[in-house]
Write a protein that binds this ligand. Sequence first.
Ligand SMILES: Cc1ncc(COP(=O)(O)O)c(C=O)c1O
Length: 470
Amino acid sequence: MARYESVLDAIGATPLIRLTRAAEGLRPRVYVKAEWQNPGGSVKDRAALSMIRRAEADGSLRPGGTVVEVTSGNTGIGLALAAAHLGYRMVVFTGSQTSREKRDQLAAYGAEVRLVDAFVPRDHPDSMRSQGLRFAAETPGAWFVDQYDNPANPATHYATTGPEIWADTAGAVTHFVATVGTGGTISGTGRYLREVSGGRVRVIGADPVTSVYSGGDGSQKYIEGAGHFLHPEAAADVWPLALDSGVIDRYVAVEDQDAIDAVRRLARTEGILAGGSSGVALAAAFRVAEHLTEDDTVVALLPDSGRAYLSTYFNDGWLAANGFRGPAPAQGPTAADHATAAPLVERHEDPAEAVRRLEAEGFGDDDVVLAAYRRSGRLLAPHHSDLIGWTTLGRLRGAVTVTGTVRPFGPRLGIGLPLSDRAVTAWSRAEGEIAPVLDRGRVTGTVLWRALHPIAAQPGGEPSEKPPLA
Ligand SMILES: Cc1ncc(COP(=O)(O)O)c(C=O)c1O
């Protein structure tokens, strides 16, 4: 075993592990790079240490200084452990969708965690980035890390991750598969592997299907860390400078459900507990491997452990609530049995135009209409964050703006959720008369409160206490 004089020296040099059962039936050898074995639990420890070392060297970070970063968790954890060890104050701005486990880990290292709304355009003064930048500018001795544009992020993967994979496969690697968040991992590792192999190694970007990188509509996804999301009202789509797109031979787009299935299967067949973005990388790697031969060696980089996602991808209740398929389909009637498909209207659309369009499509005054932010390309199955609420065709008639007619939703209901589920039984009229129904995380229809609670909906009926009728 190696011996280290500090926890920082234990970052990197992660093992390559061959998949046997999960890769059964595939011709090439498939290895995973176990980045969860870094001290903070993810690949981002490498970038965090590298960025801190560079800032110390160029004088941006001085003894007793404050490290400030905007992060979905893992970079913050890497920075927080290094900051704790080196004696810096650490302030992390993160979104409320960042898993509870990651936020708690940040706090455990002594980092100050500022929870902010992540669903704000990047250029808006309230965006996570704007708030982080402002805080750093106003705090003496503070340094804003800026992982997205920091050259020390890809540089560490060129210096360490790439050479480790080359050495540990004895130069046999032919395909490298990784997800793309800031792009640091794939750009640095990919560039090294291409150079050292004389261009032989193929570099594959594994991307959530809605991510802009692989041509998706930019709408939100359920997989933390991977992909590039674009707020529907962003003035411009800014890609990270840490991403060198020229290194990536091609992208493989992966559905959230397939990524979740892949990590759940990995845990049960290999005994490897990995996170959601690992599922994106794995699903892509398996798809690539199907077309390869016994002479090929595929390496998929798994960024972090599944421990941070025990309450989400590995939780049957979470899967059901968001409409993902779990191991055991619900018995008896579900929200889906009462759901109907609903058309969309964009919030800036002229209401009169919308009424004409919806009438032409055969909808009537009582039909529910979903009101959405604008996106390029029609959203047929939006993410719930793309919706501002619901309205009806009748309400749009004669209205000045779509927004003025919109009402809030009741709770989100997964398509397989049994009617006995608490989310359904606790739904009261006060919360809204209409709930969006989610199929694999996307809103595909709506259900009326009175359809699930017909007795309570009658005059004099109890609003929420009665059990729903099947
Ligand atoms: C869980 C997870 N997966 C993947 C990535 C993407 O890595 P990179 O930013 O190097 O592209 C990140 C980055 O934060 C992450 O936290």
